[in-house]
Write a protein that binds this ligand. Structure first.
Ligand SMILES: C[S@@+](CC[C@H](N)C(=O)[O-])C[C@H]1O[C@@H](n2cnc3c(N)ncnc32)[C@H](O)[C@@H]1O
Length: 295
């Protein structure tokens, strides 16, 4: 998993992911159990929250205890969809940028979330280190990851119907730029990136077509909600929500500025209606229909 130049990007430009996967994809169960996990884990009051891989903003309204939210996604069209869904609300700021090169000054955010996004990253630890750069010391990081050591994968492996082992720590790329991770590897990367893992909730335990067809949605969601806290002890579900806290004193007491140029890391800009200019290196960054484009 070493990429000497830049890690490859799973490009969602022009994708109808929100409509096909969520709105028409019969995933009300997954959506509702994720909402429960977010409510349980991210309820601290705070000012700025950064949502990395925000997509069409499915989860954004769920970050109720934070005053302002930056929706960051590599894809401009995903952010346009988010704008259309959420409206041009003062609370939201839209930024098209790369999770591997975040365009913010150090220690800016009270909280960061990354949901259903790490599984597209070939260099997950690089991205976690970027999160640690832009979060305040003591800030909260809510990370969802796809768990390779889930019950279905274990059974398939033991029955000889799957070649890769769910027990070894390496990520498994089951489709191009789609990775499942081992919970112990995630814990290790978080610790190496100066995060302390605080709590884990296992989510989507009953993600099986037959169960979703035969058991009423309300009951399935209630059962999932009941077993989510077991994630603190063992993780056997396909999706895990981990709450980590930034440790150490890396961030300045008061961050100086807001954006940082992805090219030179300068933090002074001159803003015009359709572009913002880095006063350090002169690079011009587009502002496209209210979306700051830093890539
Ligand atoms: C599966 S979607 C999840 C969207 C949203 N978090 C949700 O749960 O509905 C993954 C998102 O991650 C974004 N993404 C993938 N790689 C990225 C990167 N390197 N930097 C920023 N965003 C990225 C994609 O553009 C896409 O919108």
């Amino acid at each position: 998993m070493s990429h000497p130049s830049h890690p490859p990007i799973c490009n969602y430009e022009g994708s109808d992911y929100q409509q096909v996967f969520w709105d028409k994809g019969e995933r009300a169960y997954e959506d509702q159990v994720e909402a429960i996990a977010i409510r349980r884990l991210l309820n601290q009051p705070g000012d700025w929250l950064l949502e990395i891989g925000a997509g069409a903003g499915r989860n954004t309204p769920r970050y109720r205890t934070y005053q302002r939210i930056v929706l960051l996604d590599y894809s401009i069209s995903q952010l346009e969809q988010a704008q259309a869904r959420l409206g041009k609300n003062e609370r939201y700021l839209y930024v098209a940028a790369d999770a591997y090169n975040l365009p913010f000054v150090a220690g800016l955010f009270d909280a960061v979330t990354m949901i259903r996004t790490l599984h597209h990253l070939a260099e997950p630890k690089l991205a976690l280190q970027q999160v640690r750069q832009v979060i305040k010391d003591g800030g909260f990081f809510l990370l969802e990851y796809a768990n390779k050591q889930n019950l279905k994968a274990i059974l398939r492996y033991l029955l000889g119907r799957q070649k890769w082992s769910p027990f070894d720590l390496d990520p498994i790329e089951f489709a191009e730029l789609n990775f499942d991770f081992h919970p112990r590897a995630i814990r290790q990367w978080l610790e190496e990136s100066d995060f302390a893992l605080k709590r884990q909730l296992t989510v989507s335990h009953f993600r099986l077509g037959l169960l979703k067809k035969t058991i009423p949605l309300k009951i399935l969601v209630a059962f999932d909600s009941l077993v989510q806290p077991s994630g603190n002890w063992w993780q056997l579900s396909p999706s895990v929500f981990a709450l980590a806290q930034a440790v150490g004193d890396k961030a300045p007491a008061l961050p100086n500025g807001f954006f940082a140029c992805p090219q030179c890391h300068g933090n002074r800009f001159e803003e015009h209606s359709t572009q913002t200019v880095c006063l350090n290196c002169g690079q011009r960054w587009e502002i496209h229909k209210g979306i700051y484009v830093f890539r």
